[in-house]
Design a binder for this molecule. Structure first.
Ligand code: AMP
Length: 425
C-alpha cells in the first residue's frame, strides 16, 4: 500500500513526500482509514512504529476538511503527551505533515516560563499539544478552554499513568464536549488503561501492532554479566572497541547518570546526561546535539528519555537494569525504530538477577549472554525461561512476522550499518 491509496489531501501527500516517506508503516496503514472515517481508536503500539504520523495525519486532514470559517476560533484538537520531549516531537511532526495546511498549532509543557506559551495561545490555535500538568495550570488561569474540542489524542497513556497524571487527565476530559473523536495509544495495557478506554472512547477500533513484549522485533539483544564496580570500565571498553555509532545509555538514578557522564568525559568520551534535575534548556540542547550527531553518547534516566525520537540510533545500553520489564521494552524501543535494526546491550550485576528474571518472563525468552568479555562475573544461577524456541535463543532477535514481512531489508546486526538513511516503507 502507498499513501495515495489512503485518500489523503494532496497537501498532506506533498508534505509526506518532502519527508521522504514512501509507504505507510503498518500502524499507519491500519489506523488512518478508521480515523478518517471518524472512529475512536485504541492503539497498542509503542514509539518507533510511526504512530505519531498515524494520528497526526488524519487529525490534520479532518480539521482541514471540516473547517467552518464562520465559527468562532477555539482549540479544536488536543494531544496529550507525558513529557515535554515527546510533546515537542509531536508538535514538530504536526508542523511537518501540516506544512501545506493553514492550521495553527502550539505546544505547552512545564519547567519553562509560560509567557511564550500564553502569547501563542492568545493568537489562537487549532491544535494544542500539551503535557497534563501545564495544561491544567493554564486552564485554571483561564488561558485555555476545551469546549470546542473535536478531537482528543492521548499518547503514551500508560506513561502518563505511571507518572501520576491519570487524575489530571480525567479532569481535562470532563471539560470537553462529549461528542468528539478520541484516540488513545498505549504500549502496555494495565487495568487502569483498559478502564480509561472503556469510559472515554466510544466503540473504538482496537489496533494492536504487536504485544509490547515482542515489539522490539528488529533489535538484537545481549546481556553482560558484570560486577557493579566494573560496569563503568565495561562501558568504556565497549565504547572504545566496538563499533558504536550512537548510544543512549540508561541509568536508574539521576545521580548515577551524572557520575557516569562525568567519568566517561574524564576518559575522553564526550557525554551528556539528561534527567529531571536538568533545566529544560540543558535537556533540549543535549538532545539536539545527540540528534545532530554532535554528541555520540547520551546518558538518561527513564523519565527523561520518554519518547526520544532519534533516527538511526544504533545502540541502547542498559547500564542498570530497569525496575520493571515494561521499562525494558520501552527503553529498547528507542533503537530499532520504524523497522531499522538496532542493538540493545544490558549490564546485569549480582544484585539485578531478580530484575533480569522478570524481564525474561515478560519477554518469554532469554536475552543471549555474552560469554566472553574482560569484566565477566560468574553469576550464581542464570534466570532461564524454558519455553524459548531455540531459533530465538540463537539469533537474539525477537520475531514479529507481521511487521517484518512488510520490510524487505535484512535485519541482521551485521547489515545494520547499511540502514543509516531515513527508513522507507
Ligand atoms: P514514531 O513511532 O511516531 O515515534 O515514529 C518513528 C520514526 O519513524 C520517526 O522518526 C518518523 O519520522 C518515522 N516515520 C514515521 N512514518 C514513516 C513512514 N511512513 N516512512 C518512513 N519513516 C516514517
Amino acid at each position: 500500500m502507498n499513501f495515495e491509496q489512503l485518500n489523503l489531501l494532496p497537501q498532506i501527500l506533498q508534505a509526506l513526500k518532502t519527508q521522504g516517506y514512501e509507504n505507510p508503516t503498518p500502524i499507519q496503514e491500519q489506523a488512518i482509514p478508521h480515523l478518517l472515517a471518524g472512529r475512536d481508536l485504541f492503539g497498542s503500539a509503542q514509539t518507533g512504529t510511526g504512530k505519531t504520523a498515524a494520528f497526526s495525519i488524519p487529525l490534520l486532514q479532518l480539521l482541514s476538511v471540516n473547517q467552518d470559517n464562520n465559527t468562532q476560533r477555539g482549540i479544536r484538537a488536543l494531544v496529550l503527551a507525558p513529557t515535554r520531549e515527546l510533546a515537542i516531537q509531536i508538535s514538530e511532526s504536526l508542523r511537518l505533515y501540516g506544512s501545506n495546511l493553514p492550521l495553527k498549532h502550539t505546544v505547552i509543557y512545564g519547567g519553562v516560563s509560560q509567557r511564550a506559551q500564553t502569547d501563542a495561545l492568545r493568537k489562537g490555535v487549532d491544535i494544542l499539544v500539551a503535557t497534563p500538568g501545564r495544561l491544567l495550570d493554564l486552564i485554571n488561569q483561564r488561558f485555555i478552554r476545551l469546549d470546542k474540542i473535536e478531537m482528543l489524542v492521548l499518547d503514551e497513556a500508560d506513561r502518563m499513568l505511571d507518572m501520576g497524571f491519570i487524575n489530571d487527565i480525567r479532569k481535562v476530559i470532563a471539560m470537553m464536549p462529549v461528542k468528539r473523536q478520541t484516540i488513545l495509544f498505549s504500549a502496555t495495557l494495565p487495568q487502569e488503561i483498559r478502564s480509561l478506554v472503556a469510559k472515554t472512547l466510544h466503540e473504538p477500533v482496537h489496533i494492536e501492532l504487536s504485544h509490547a513484549s515482542s515489539s522490539a522485533e528488529t533489535v538484537q539483544h545481549s546481556m553482560y554479566f558484570v560486577d557493579k564496580l566494573n560496569k563503568r570500565d565495561l562501558l568504556h571498553h565497549i565504547l572504545t572497541t566496538d563499533t558504536v555509532d550512537r548510544a543512549l545509555v540508561f541509568t536508574r538514578t539521576k545521580h548515577g547518570a551524572d557520575k557516569l557522564a562525568m567519568a566517561l568525559g574524564k576518559k575522553g568520551i564526550r557525554t551528556e546526561a539528561i534527567h529531571g534535575n536538568k533545566s529544560q534548556v540543558q535537556r533540549q540542547r543535549a538532545l539536539n546535539d545527540f540528534k545532530n550527531r554532535k554528541l555520540r553518547i547520551l546518558v538518561a534516566t527513564d523519565v527523561a528519555s520518554r519518547g526520544i525520537d532519534v533516527d538511526d540510533l544504533s545502540h541502547v545500553i542498559n547500564y542498570d537494569l530497569p525496575e520493571t520489564p515494561e521499562t525494558y521494552v520501552h527503553r529498547i524501543g528507542r533503537t530499532g525504530r520504524a523497522g531499522a535494526a538496532g542493538i540493545a546491550l544490558s549490564f546485569c550485576g549480582r544484585d539485578e538477577m531478580g530484575l533480569l528474571k522478570d524481564i525474561h518472563r515478560h519477554l518469554k525468552t532469554n536475552i543471549p549472554v555474552i560469554g566472553e568479555h574482560p569484566f565477566l562475573t560468574k553469576m550464581p544461577v542464570q534466570p532461564i525461561v524454558s519455553e524459548t524456541p531455540a531459533r530465538e535463543k540463537r539469533s537474539g532477535n525477537f520475531s514479529n512476522d507481521n511487521f517484518r514481512s512488510r520490510n524487505k531489508r535484512s535485519f541482521s546486526g551485521s547489515s545494520r550499518r547499511e540502514n543509516t538513511s531515513r527508513r522507507r516503507y
